[in-house]
Design a protein around this ligand. Structure first.
Ligand code: IPM
Ligand code: MG
Length: 364
């Protein structure tokens, strides 16, 4: 029997309630696919600040290090918003986790199911039949981590510095991730840059173009980031894989999540350099936040967390059949008309977090 260790970092807000449903689904998958999944819980985010004095306690890092993957909920909330920015849960937990485990490849699928096009703010005529775009975002380089970084004074005036820096090898490895992903889906990569202004963009474009030669079956095109922001809204169905550096990917992936309709449906994977027996060590989390306004009410959509567990099975454990089964079960309950409040529409049945989780578990 194959066995995997999973660090469970539920975090704040709706994190714990949606995580409970992901674990319910994984429990069923375990039996059906002959896997042994060992879960270890650890604190992260605001709750970790409250209990341990730091958003990412050393003990949590240890649990993550000793696991094959991290299943992450979400962190943050009004209670911690008055802390200095670099102590706030989002920055003090997520960024160090990414850096610590070299989670350089961030996969953010923006899928709008045909049955849910009404939930998108984009005109139905532009997205009839839904769409499926994958954002591949570089996650450990660029402006987020470049040095020098900081604030100082010049001529008695505050000055802020962030450095955008990419090495060729960093661009190459994320490009490979994007091209490989495209090979397994629509065989099209749109690479994003600002090569008309930034040196980083020039190197990005040249490197991606060279890597593309190794993937003759994939079509590559390039868009400036500002134009991409427009084209994504105008014709999301025209995209397959969108490849972007860290900050551009941060911005475009939020835009893509919005046009997909429900943040509560979208998972993400952050894959590292560490190889596991059948994939890569990674952190898997919903794209949405902690949703403090509905936390604890049992009405949050657990699908993003459940699909994050599916991505974990696929990318860290190589258990594609189990992942396919979860993805299919989610589509089935949507087709059966079950909806949490965020995706509810006339004629469908409104259910809570636990009922949605139980229905998906039963459909596996
Ligand atoms: C994200 C978030 C983070 C980022 C923040 C919370 C640091 O916006 O995961 O997209 O900018 O990467
Ligand atoms: Mg973001």
């Amino acid at each position: 029997m194959k066995s995997f260790k999973i660090a469970i970092l539920s975090g704040d807000g709706i994190g714990p309630e949606v995580m409970a449903e992901a674990r319910r689904v994984l429990g069923v998958v375990q039996g059906k696919f002959g896997l042994r999944l060992d879960f270890t819980e650890a604190h992260v985010g605001g709750i970790a600040i409250d209990l341990c004095g730091h958003a990412l306690p050393e003990e949590t890092l240890r649990v993550c290090r000793e696991s094959d993957a991290i299943l992450f909920g979400s962190v943050g909330g009004p209670k911690w918003e008055t802390l200095p920015p670099n102590q706030q849960p989002e920055r003090a937990a997520l960024l160090p986790l990414r850096k610590h485990f070299a989670l350089f490849a961030n996969l953010r699928p923006a899928v709008c199911l045909p049955a849910l096009t009404h939930a998108s703010p984009v005109k139905e005529s532009l997205i009839a039949g839904g769409f499926d775009v994958l954002c591949v975002r570089e996650l450990t380089g660029g402006l987020y981590f470049g040095q020098p970084k900081g604030q100082h004074e010049e001529d008695g005036e505050p000055v802020a510095v962030d450095t955008m820096i990419y090495r060729r090898s960093e661009i190459e490895r994320i490009a490979h991730v994007a091209f490989k992903a495209a090979q397994a889906r629509g065989k099209k990569v749109t690479s994003i840059d600002k090569a008309n202004v930034l040196e980083n963009g020039v190197l990005w474009r040249r490197t991606v173009t060279e890597i593309a030669k190794q993937y003759a079956d994939v079509t590559l095109n390039h868009l400036y980031v500002d134009n991409a922001a427009m084209q994504l809204i105008k014709n999301p169905r025209g995209f397959d894989v969108v490849l972007a550096e860290n900050l551009f990917g941060d911005i475009l992936s939020d835009e893509m999540a919005m046009i997909a309709g429900s943040l509560g449906m979208l998972p993400s994977a952050s894959l590292g350099v560490k190889e596991t027996a059948a994939g890569r060590f990674g952190l898997f989390e919903p794209s949405g936040g902690t949703a403090p306004d509905i936390a604890g009410k049992g009405i949050a959509n657990p699908i993003a967390q459940i699909l994050s567990a599916s991505m974990m099975l696929r990318y860290s454990f190589g258990e594609n059949a189990a992942a396919d089964a979860i993805d299919a079960a989610v589509r089935r309950v949507i087709d059966d008309g079950l909806r949490t409040g965020d995706i509810w529409s006339e004629g469908t049945r409104r259910v809570g977090t636990a009922e949605m989780g139980a229905a998906i578990a039963a459909a596996i």
